[in-house]
Design a protein around this ligand. Structure first.
Ligand SMILES: C[S@@+](CC[C@H](N)C(=O)[O-])C[C@H]1O[C@@H](n2cnc3c(N)ncnc32)[C@H](O)[C@@H]1O
Length: 312
């Protein structure tokens, strides 16, 4: 997929996986909903392919949604604010970062958040137990140059301006308001951390609540796809979703760990994508035709009711 605009790195972003994900989603959608939008990499790609003209982007992290709304609707305002904060970092960059962080924790100003995201370690958000942003600066980098930031922000804005609704609700409220003509893509916070609080994101979700919400979508006949669990080498992460939900699991190869390759181990990382029952009729014929078109690039196996798409 031609390179898509992405103003900030966000840990867990689906940017590198998005062309594989889109292969299994409908090609036309009335409204595309992301209840766990983060930096909305999938919606950006959906807009770039004209799959939908309407979007609902939701994330519980309010400053993140506000930032994304600024990027989409008022690109010049956020570009100017970013340029000012970025330019002010020159004398003592680390001290500047901590001042901006303190200020952000007092005000939740999304404009400051953009600088923190661009400048923090691995672009990964971290919160302490009081919900304050506590990630450190990456001292090897200054953060995306304002010229590059401008290009990416303008790119996202061109694709999504005037087409989105933005909210910062719990995902269950969003799902409850979805309609049968909508399509929902879900990328919930990763599992496998203690309790339900994941410091990488603003919140965790309860497995049982999530399953109930999916059951309800099935009853209402709403199509959805979920990026959910995965495997690295022989290690699986994430509790499997119950079979009763009737979901089809697609496994997408995301890459090989370079560390493992050095050690002579074949450690492949796989991420799963689950498709709702009503979506499966649409895309299975797609899958078969894809296989016959490019048999060498895509290995597709039907094994124990699961598809594995090992895409290169
Ligand atoms: C894996 S990230 C999504 C990344 C996104 N796909 C992207 O491309 O950037 C999960 C997101 O879920 C959000 N989140 C966590 N708990 C939530 C909840 N209960 N309701 C809505 N969003 C939630 C987090 O703030 C985080 O941004």
């Amino acid at each position: 997929m031609a390179s898509l605009p992405h103003p900030v790195q966000y840990q867990g972003s689906k940017r590198n996986l998005v062309s594989d994900i889109l292969r299994f989603l409908p090609t036309r959608v009335e409204r595309f909903i992301e209840p766990f939008a983060g930096t909305a990499a999938v919606s950006v790609a959906v807009a770039s392919r004209n799959i939908s003209q309407r979007f609902w982007l939701n994330d519980l992290n309010k400053p993140l949604v506000e930032l994304f709304e600024l990027i989409v609707e008022r690109p010049n305002e956020i570009i100017h604010a970013y340029t000012d904060v970025w330019n002010a970092q020159h004398q003592d960059a680390a001290r500047h970062y901590f001042e901006v962080r303190e200020n952000f924790n007092k005000t939740n100003d999304p404009k400051l958040f953009l600088y923190l995201l661009a400048r923090c370690v691995k672009g990964s958000v971290r919160y302490n137990s009081e919900g304050l942003f506590n990630q450190s600066p990456d001292n090897r980098r200054k953060g995306t140059h304002p010229d590059k930031m401008r290009k990416n922000i303008e790119g996202v804005s061109i694709l999504l301006k005037g087409k989105c609704k933005f909210t910062d609700l719990d995902y269950r409220e969003v799902l409850a308001m979805a309609e049968s003509s909508d399509f929902i893509y879900m990328d919930p916070p990763y599992q496998g951390v203690c309790g339900n609080r994941d410091s990488r994101y603003f919140s965790g979700i309860h497995f049982d609540d999530f399953v109930l919400a999916l059951e309800d979508l099935n009853k209402r006949g709403i199509g959805f796809a979920i990026s959910y669990d995965g495997k690295r080498g022989s290690k699986s992460f994430g509790t499997p979703l119950p079979e009763e939900l009737g979901l089809k699991k697609i496994e997408i190869e995301v890459g090989r760990s370079s560390q493992a390759t050095l050690l002579g181990r074949e450690e492949i990382t796989i991420e799963s994508l689950y498709l709702s029952p009503n979506l499966q009729h649409e895309c299975f014929s797609e899958l078969e035709s894809y296989v016959s078109r490019v048999p060498k690039q895509l290995t597709l196996l039907e094994k124990h009711g699961q598809f594995s798409a090992l895409a290169r």
